[in-house]
Design a protein around this ligand. Sequence first.
Ligand code: GLA
Length: 728
Amino acid sequence: MSIIYSPETKQFQLNTNKTSYVMQVQKDRLQHLYWGARLPDKDHAFMRRDHYHSSFNANDEVNDFGFSLDVMRMEYPCYGRGEMRPSAFEMTHPEGSSIADPVYIGHQITAGKEVPKGLPSCYAESEAECETLEILLEDKPSSVVLHLFYCVFEAYNAIVRFVRVENKGQQNVVINKLLSASLDLDVSDLEMISNYGAWARERNIERHKIFHGTQEIFSRRGASSHTHNPFLILCDPSATESVGDVYGMTLVYSGSFEGTVYLDSFEQTRMAIGLQHEGFAWQLAPGEMLDSPEAVLVYSHNGLGGLSDDYHRLFRERLCRGIYRDQRRPVLLNCWEACYFNFDEEKIVSIAKEAAQMGVELIVVDDGWFGKRDQDNCSLGDWTPNPKKLPGGVKGLAEKVRAAGCELGIWFEPEMISPDSDLYRAHPEWVLSIPGRPRSLGRWQMILDLSRKDVQDYLFDSIASVIGEGNISYVKWDFNRNFSEVGSALLSANQQGEVAHRYYLGLYALLERLNRAFPQVLFESCSGGGGRFDAGLLPYMPQAWTSDNTDAIKRLWIQYGSSFVYPLSSMSAHVSICPNHQTGETSPFQTRVLTALTGSFGFELNPFDLNKEEKEEFAAAVSLYKELGDLLCKGRYHRLSDPDKKNYAAWNYQSVDEREIFAVAVCHHSVVNGGPERFRLFGLKKGYVYQSKTDGHIYSAEELTQYGLQLPYPMKERQAAFWHLKAI
Ligand code: GLA
């Protein structure tokens, strides 16, 4: 039993193998008491802070003048009564007021996992794997009920939260804010770790001491975005990769979001994540319900490495689905940087022949195969092959690529439409737009209104027909601009505030249909690289193109930042040609290979541009990737050096049976006349003895943990090294 309720104390204790999460109902309100390392099962009421500071605050009707909602550690704070801090929930009533004052009315504990309707979610493979607590809170005057769900994955050390709001009243209400999770820690000496970035430089990690007031990350871009990624971490100032208290919240959603940390005047820290509330207004008629996306909460007592390890395992094993969940992904060669728009069947087939000889298993035809698209200003929406480039259609190309020894993958940007397309000429009303306002273009394109079923059906049919025709085994699903003019022609005026979220419900429904129809197809998400790299897409697409920046050195930061939450198998990483197309820099081939060996490996180059020696390195890299197989796909990953603190990045993978280790170090800038460097491994099993496959050297687990591995000396700028160790 991972969920324990005490009727005497009205306390809920949620236990995982390593953690406990405690709440208590006090004066009908749900109060947060504790989230941290595992506690014995007992009454923890002494953790309450009953010495409230209520001056100036609204008091409760119980006439306890010392009691205030504004200082209580709330589990799901709502706007309108006495709570003055950032809220998790706001609604508007028919008479125009905005107030919600939900009180506890009951709960139930069930085996298994509850899922939010129409949204991506973590799953349990058996009822024993997960237990769900549903707490019911009611705003009595309106009869609006909040169902707070806590799904406890005991073995994964994770709690998955989401909220269902149900209108049990007689009148419409408008939901203006519906966050997935919020909680108040009675700690103030914390640091916040979040990320920021932009196209081609995604997910830079930023860590700072929290201050009184609100610090926020968010997206209002209609996508999780390059700017901030939907995860938030709080930690002890002294937390490192292996020690310290660390609290994480990640949203399983791909659209606009907000993540907030608020330190109040009484040294309590609120942490919350959920749907972006700006522009959000959802009509909830009597009898209707609305579910929030899931938020995944992970606490680690073992520092940031422990937190990442728990996220990686859960996301890899209980969020990703399908045949590729547990399989090494095929080695692919994507033709984008090899050809851009300039290709035809002959060119792709010749690349396939050359690549197949070096072990490549899949050739991906990127943008430009359809309509009349020779540059990025037309044809999105017209998903029929360009006969000038592909005279035999997708079928003809697929047959020839297969004869060359590779499978065929193909690029789509399904959610977009070019003004210069047959689709737009036929269906201008299918675009997200607002009457009387310009339809803004971004990269020459507009966005289809995926909240519409007819649009979803059109896309399903178009994509299904191409997949079927070519027996396609991989789809790269791109999304290359942010939202603007978010309006739908089908929805009424008072429902326009629903469009952005309905769009994502439509997208998820479409992806679900495609996954079911084509279970053998590997889908990869992309959004100008990592502009929609989030947990929401992982159930449908177990990997994402991490960034359009393929420079091995710049990738160190991008992959480092992504690895705080996302498993390596979800990061697609390719070896590209030098000088690099984004930075103009040149890195040794081995450095490019070792940086790209992150789980979903491939190439982004024309093999005819390689010399003999590079071709040999190419083939050797493919063999190494195949040999490492499961280790990269399922192994445990540890960050061993922060590239912002050292002149090199280092990491390792450890096999599930702990007998195999693959460690990599990449020097991103040289230190002239510097000293020798070493880095320590962690997570190794005491008593194990490893032999290096590279040079035969023997190391004990204790040596690797206490002393570590020595970097080559001197290590040149952009040089990389690896150690492949096996227990003997
Ligand atoms: C985006 C992707 C690239 C490529 C281009 C094609 O920018 O991130 O990998 O597919 O679109 O237009």
